[in-house]
Design a protein around this ligand. Structure first.
Ligand code: ADP
Ligand code: MG
Length: 433
């Protein structure tokens, strides 16, 4: 368990961890320390109030640290540090000028300043700063004679510039190595995360596969009894129809209620099975117009019963094309059924086909309530349904089938006005998508 003190310390280290902050702190320590040390060697004849200079210099360095801490953009930080380097160089120049030019010891401050800056800016800025330092030294000497020649200047440039070059090169190398380590680390973390996600998915997938096999078996097993119940209910209906009397009337409506439930159950298992089997499409030349017309005829009684009007318009320019009729019919049927269910009673649905360049479009347009945004987000999710008897598989299956045909399924909806689902299929399918 880390103690509170240790935690504070860790937090401080964490804050300082960023390169810019480390640099700002190092530079502040080195420069303020250097300036303070100079106080020991300063001759009394120069009247500079060194303690307060050290104080204000320290305050200015804290300001720089604050500036790079609140403003983390690397470009701006670089600008701040460049400005600080210029200010520091000029400050040393001023001190040199005030304390006797060549005679002054303040030129020593160039060493720590440029060495630390070379760590941040790299070898070339380090070297250039050393040259600038030499020139400033010379300028201070010229302004406060006597001028004693270039030797000391060249000495300064060499003794400051060469270590700066070395420090800069070392720092660059280290930065490159660290960037590489960080890159590898990120890569490794990404791989690990993906691996873990894949493992989790595998566990879920295995469980789903078992559940899937079970439900497939279930759906399969109940289909025959459902069909038998439906058939028997139909027979009972016929018998009841032949008899007269109020009891028989009631029996008749009960039987048709049973038949309705049975056909709902049948449709439900059909959808589950279509989902679970997911056969590979068998493509054959066929007419989409014919398929749509037949489908509309098939479902019209259902629409009429709920008071809805089902219309169809077909574009004769659509040529026969390679489709899996059974699967595509199922896909369109799901969309038409959704439209009817969205109307919930009276209303209007149009199923239309259209040729657009080298594509066939099948549009299912309903004047229902539209799709709400929170439903829209999850529309194609497996098992997502807003209906008490829904499977939540219809749209998923439709889209899958249409995509297997190399097409796309898109939708538009205006709340309160209706919804349009449009399947776009290429007339010439590129091989096996
Ligand atoms: P299900 O029909 O079994 O609910 P679907 O995948 O076919 O599953 O549809 C998912 C959901 O999308 C539906 O429950 C419904 O809320 C919404 N939806 C689909 N089509 C329409 C439509 N034409 N109008 C309004 N909502 C729709
Ligand atoms: Mg549906």
């Amino acid at each position: 368990m880390p103690t509170p003190a240790r935690r504070t310390w860790t937090a401080i280290v964490r804050i300082l961890e960023r390169d810019e902050r480390v640099f700002a702190v190092l530079l502040a320590v080195v420069m303020v320390g250097g300036l303070a040390t100079m106080g020991l060697a300063l001759r009394p004849r120069f009247r500079i109030d060194l303690p307060s200079l050290v104080f204000w210099f320290a305050a200015y360095k804290v300001g720089i640290l604050a500036l790079v801490s609140v403003n983390p953009s690397p470009r701006k930080t670089r600008v701040v540090f460049s400005g600080a380097l210029a200010v520091d160089l000029l400050l040393i120049f001023a001190l040199l000028y005030l304390t006797g030019g060549y005679d002054s010891l303040f030129y020593l401050l160039f060493f720590p300043l440029i060495a630390v800056n070379a760590y941040y800016f790299g070898p070339w800025v380090g070297l250039a700063s050393a040259v600038v330092a030499g020139l400033l030294y010379a300028a201070a000497a010229v302004l406060t004679p006597p001028w004693v020649g270039w030797n000391a200047v060249i000495l300064l440039i060499g003794l400051v510039g060469l270590p700066a070059l070395a420090v800069g090169l070392g720092a660059n190398r280290e930065r490159r190595a660290r960037a590489e380590v960080e890159r590898l680390n990120a890569e490794l973390t990404g791989t690990l995360t993906r691996l873990r996600a894949a493992q989790d998915e595998l566990v879920v997938a295995e469980r789903m596969a078992t559940v899937g096999r079970l439900s497939l078996k279930m759906a399969h097993e109940v289909r025959n009894p459902i069909a038998a119940i439906g058939l028997n209910a139909e027979l009972v209906g016929d018998i009841v129809k032949e008899r007269q009397g109020p009891d028989m009337e009631e029996a008749g409506s009960l039987v048709s209620a049973i038949r309705e439930q049975v056909s709902a159950l049948d449709a439900l298992t059909e959808e589950y099975l279509a989902f679970a089997r997911f056969p590979r499409p068998q493509y054959e030349e066929d007419s989409i117009n014919e398929m749509v017309t037949a489908l509309v005829e098939f479902i019209r009684p259902l629409a009429t019963r709920q008071g809805a009007v089902l219309e169809t318009t077909t574009d004769q320019a659509l040529p026969p094309m390679a489709i899996d009729r059974t699967l595509l019919r199922q896909a369109v049927l799901n969309l038409v059924k959704n439209g009817l269910e969205a109307l919930g009673g009276k209303g209007h649905i149009t199923v239309s086909t259209r040729r657009v360049d080298d594509h066939a479009e099948i549009a299912i347009i309903d004047r229902g309530p539209g799709i709400r945004p929170e439903v829209a987000k999850r529309l194609f999710e497996q098992f997502f349904t807003t209906k008490p008897q829904g499977t939540g598989l219809g749209l998923y299956i439709s889209r899958q089938v249409i995509e297997q045909h190399g097409g796309t399924l898109r939708w538009e909806s205006v709340p309160g006005q209706g919804t349009t689902f449009t399947a776009t299929l290429p007339i010439k399918r590129t091989q096996d998508v």
